[in-house]
Design a binder for this molecule. Structure first.
Ligand SMILES: Nc1ncnc2c1ncn2[C@@H]1O[C@H](COP(=O)(O)OP(=O)(O)OP(=O)(O)O)[C@@H](O)[C@H]1O
Ligand SMILES: [Mg+2]
Length: 343
């Protein structure tokens, strides 16, 4: 077993990663008093590493407040990390000036959870979808008009909808507009932050199908963020399970569902009924997730999950586990997988 492994996937060793995230940290200062002195920090993202390959879908899953959106914004270069590094397409983002970042920002687009608030209600759909082309000064007016029609077609929206305002569309249609806008500049990576959680269940599946088709057609890579493991079971190639700013487990989607190794992952899976080959794999509430996640400004000692863990033992409150490479490409942060500390 090795500590903090380089997370590459053997089958893809020949190919270079599109995104390499290493020991990424984003701490927010907590200030108090008249002079706003820093009295502590919220460790929203606390040492996250992973690779994302062209055309791959990597999912980050975890409860509310575990740092998913912070990680997404940092990866999309919308905010600066306080530590660690992000290499996108061979370029280290931290070392680029604002001007040098512009072409990187073209390649990475974000789709947010709530389309109603991410689309300007006073602009017509055609203006919303054309916005990135205007910002990056691409094409003539006529070319942009043509591109908007093409993009609406790609996301299965009637072209006449371009004359409407967001308020005249359903939630699912609005999210299709947000996806069309994200595709306008031919990006290599889409960061999808809870892209379907504001939508009805029946609409969710359609949006996921659309994303799958677009990925096949354009070779897009996706970083999808969700609190819903069942949503990404078939959609994601690999999954990172996040808790209080850290990955607790990282594995291929199949491995994670067939053989969850971290007790936190087991608890998350037990909260959803999953039927596989007509057999109920995890019964809901078999092992239930107890209580709420702790405050990331004062995480518990040792393993941050120990107060809620059903497999806790003495050492867990004292020792912060490393990220063990238990099987090839299956990483787990848990003392159960440490020969020196297991009881
Ligand atoms: N700008 C900020 N300043 C201070 N603290 C912040 C800021 N943004 C996020 N946080 C804190 O960082 C932690 C992680 O927040 P984040 O929004 O990344 O979580 P999340 O996993 O996306 O949650 P949710 O599922 O609710 O969207 C939380 O404790 C949050 O309160
Ligand atoms: Mg969030």
């Amino acid at each position: 077993m090795s500590e903090e492994p380089a997370m590459t996937t053997p089958v893809r060793e020949q190919e270079s990663a599109l995104l390499e995230v290493r020991d990424l940290e984003k701490y927010y200062p907590i200030t108090a008093g008249l002079f706003r002195r820093q009295v502590g920090s919220v460790r929203a993202v606390d040492g996250v590493s992973f690779d994302l390959y062209p055309g791959e879908t990597f999912a980050i899953v975890g409860e509310s407040g575990c740092g998913k959106t912070t990680l997404a914004k940092t990866v999309a270069a919308l905010q600066e990390p306080t530590g660690g590094s992000i290499v996108f397409d061979g370029r280290s983002i931290g070392e680029l000036s604002n001007r040098e970042l512009k072409p990187v920002r073209r390649q990475v687009q974000v789709v947010y959870q709530d389309p109603a608030s991410s689309l300007n209600p006073r602009k017509r759909i055609k203006a919303i979808v054309a916005e990135p082309l205007i910002v990056h000064d691409i094409g003539t007016k006529a070319e942009r008009r043509e591109r908007v029609d093409e993009l609406l077609e790609q996301v299965d929206l009637p072209v006449e909808y371009k004359y409407r305002y967001p308020g005249g569309l359903s939630g699912g249609q609005q999210q299709r507009v947000a996806i069309a806008r994200a595709l306008a500049l031919n990006p290599k990576l889409l960061v999808l932050d809870e892209p379907t959680s504001a939508l009805d269940v029946s609409v969710q599946a359609k949006v996921i199908k659309l994303l799958e088709r677009l990925q096949r057609e354009y070779g897009l890579a996706y970083l999808i963020i969700t609190h819903d493991l069942s949503l990404v079971k078939n959609f994601a190639d690999r999954i990172g399970v996040m808790y209080l700013g850290k990955f607790m487990e990282l594995a291929s989607s199949d491995d994670l569902f067939d053989n969850p190794m971290n007790p936190y992952t087991e608890q998350l899976l037990s909260a959803i009924p999953i039927v596989d080959d007509e057999e109920l794999k995890y019964k809901p509430a078999e092992i239930s997730l107890k209580g709420e996640a702790p405050d990331p400004s004062s995480p518990p000692s040792g393993c941050s999950f120990h107060p809620r863990c059903h497999k806790v033992f003495d050492a867990c409150s004292k020792i912060d586990p490393a990220f063990y490479d238990v099987e090839s490409d299956h990483h787990v942060r848990c003392l159960l997988y440490d020969d020196d500390h297991r009881e």
